[in-house]
Every structure is written in C-alpha cells, then in structure tokens.
Design a protein. Structure first.
Length: 332
C-alpha cells in the first residue's frame, strides 16, 4: 500500500496547481497539498488557474469540473493547447458529472478522483501521477546530459583531427630540422631546473583553464569579468614559463595572447561556440605540452614549444580576423 510518506518522496520537488470553487474542500486540500508539494497554487476558478499556469512552472494540475468564469473542461483544453506534453492533469468529479467522463478521457486526462475524496485513493492517484512526472524529468535530464557528452566528443574529435593535420603538415614541411637535433644536447638537462612549486601551479592553472573553456559551451552569457579572468590565467601561465630561459619564446606568445584576448573582446564573444573550439584545441596542446615537458623529461622540449606557439598564433589570428596563410594550418 502506498503511504503518505511514499507520496511525499515523489512530490516534494514538484509544483501543483489546484482549481476548486467549493470553499471548504478547497481550503482543506490547500492545507494538504502545501505539506506534500514543493509549491501549491490554489484558485477558485479556471480562468485564474490558467493565468497561474502560464506564469509558473506547473507539473500537475488538479481541477474541479464545474467552476465559474471558466469550467474544468475549458481549462484542460487551454492547458493542452498551451503545452500538452509536460503537464499531468487530475480531475475531481462528482457522480452527477459522469456524462463528461468520456469527453475528459478523449482530452487525455491522466487521472480521476471522485467526490467526496477518499484519502487512500487520492494518495494512490497522486503517487502514480508524480512518479510519471519524475520519470519524465529524469529522462529529459539523461537526454540533455547525453547530448552534452556527444557535443563534447564531437569537439574533441575536431581537435584531434586538427592535430593530425598539423602533425602531417609539420612532417611534410620538415619543421623539425636537423639543426634542432644539434641543440638537444645543450638543453637536455632542463628538467633538473624545474621547480616543484611551478609544476604544481601549472597543474592548477591547467584545471582552471579547462573549467573556463567548458563555460563557453554551456549556453550562458559571458561578460567582461569572465574574459579578464581567463586572460589572467594565461598571463599567470606565461609568468611561470618566463622564469626559464628554455621557455622564454612560449611565455612571450602566451603573454601577447592574453593581451589580444582583452583587445578583441567583441570578436571573442561574437560566436562563443566557434571561439570555444579554438580554445579547446589550444588547451589540448597546452596540456600535452605540460605533461611531456613538465611532468616527463622530454628529449626535445623545444619541439613542444614550436607546436604550442603555432596554436597560440592561430587563435591570435582568429581573434584579429586575419586570413590564414598558406603556411599555417586550418583546423576546421
């Protein structure tokens, strides 16, 4: 048997709208509904009920049939025309209103309760209706999460595709020349100079940047304060790199990049999804750089410097609306 506690578990996060013109029944039900639902909106006629329905986020409508100004049948019709899929409707009916049941069934009413109300039947009926609403919400939440994950996967695939194109381009153009190999000996001991505190701070900045970039795909309106914080994170990254001679070039580009972001705010905000794809690509390269150069002892750290600088320059050109040159890589 379904208990009041069972019902409360299903109804506590839902909003209900109750329309009833009988004062005694309305007041009694209002007290009960406010105890078990998150919000309970109560009115004495269908017209007021419909106005509340349009303004509030209503999950369940409980309505009498015979009411002044607008009766229950007209109210249900209006609700279904306005938004049929997301609202469950429970009808309270007296025995002399049985002639309307076929009409209500054809409208798609979800549940019926006879007057005078039986407490257990009401609990059973509301429990079933609330569970359907919650199941629908869970399904929508799951579908939304799945869509977000698919979007993320699609963006990562674009980034990876761009990286493969870049690698092929660098190989074909012999970006890593024999002269670079000669310099390996002179920088092979760079790893012993890296400070543990700097490594930890770069790791924290990497997480911070990833969170900032994820915000570009969440559909929220970003402001100047957000852009300043993002640019400042890159500037902090550059400040750490600038203390090491081997990474001076990367530090310079990152610092210029942070300034370019602030100077090109309009372009940055114009199409956040496209901007986000560019920045996600840079984050992929930056994290690859940190892992291989700062966490592992790369044989040739300057190889990673060149890849990172190339990505930074691409985004600077994007923000400044420069045409991509033949010698550069077009990712997307």
């Amino acid at each position: 048997m379904v208990t009041g506690r069972d019902l409360r578990e299903q109804s506590k996060n839902l909003n209900v709208l109750y329309a009833e013109d009988e004062d005694i029944l309305r007041e009694s039900m209002q007290t009960t509904l406010k105890k078990i639902f998150k919000n309970a909106y109560v009115t004495s006629n269908g017209q007021e009920a419909f106005e509340i329905y349009k303004k509030e986020d209503i999950d369940i409508v409980i309505t009498d049939i015979n009411m002044p100004i607008m009766d229950g049948v007209e109210l249900i019709n209006n609700i279904y025309k306005y938004e049929q899929e997301n609202t469950m409707v429970v009808v309270l009916s007296a025995h002399n209103e049985s002639r309307l049941l076929s009409t209500l069934i054809n409208l798609g009413v979800d549940s019926f309760l006879n007057k005078p109300l039986d407490k257990q039947r009401m609990i059973n009926s509301l429990y079933k209706v609330c569970k359907i609403v919650n199941d629908r919400k869970l399904l929508i939440e799951y579908e939304t999460k799945l869509e977000d994950e698919l979007d993320s996967i699609e963006r990562k695939n674009k980034v990876l595709e761009g990286k493969l194109n870049q690698l092929a381009h660098q190989t074909n153009k012999n970006i890593v020349q024999k002269e670079v190999a000669k310099e390996v000996v002179s920088i092979s001991n760079y790893f012993t100079t890296l400070l543990a505190d700097d490594k930890d701070e770069l790791e924290d900045l990497s997480i911070e940047l990833a969170n900032f970039i994820a915000m570009m795909f969440q559909g929220e309106e970003l402001n100047e304060d957000y852009l300043y914080k993002l640019a400042n994170s890159y500037k902090k990254y550059a400040t750490i790199l600038n203390t090491y001679l081997e990474f001076y070039d990367v530090a310079t580009f990152l610092n210029d990049f942070s300034e370019s972001m602030l100077n090109q705010q309009e372009k940055f905000m114009k199409d956040l999804n496209q901007t986000g794809i560019y920045f996600e690509s840079l984050q992929f390269t930056l994290e690859n750089y940190r892992q291989n150069v700062w966490q592992k002892e790369a044989k040739n750290p300057r190889f990673y410097n060149a890849s990172l600088i190339n990505d930074i320059q691409l985004i600077i050109d994007f923000l400044e609306d420069k045409e991509i040159q033949n010698s550069e890589i077009e990712f997307f």
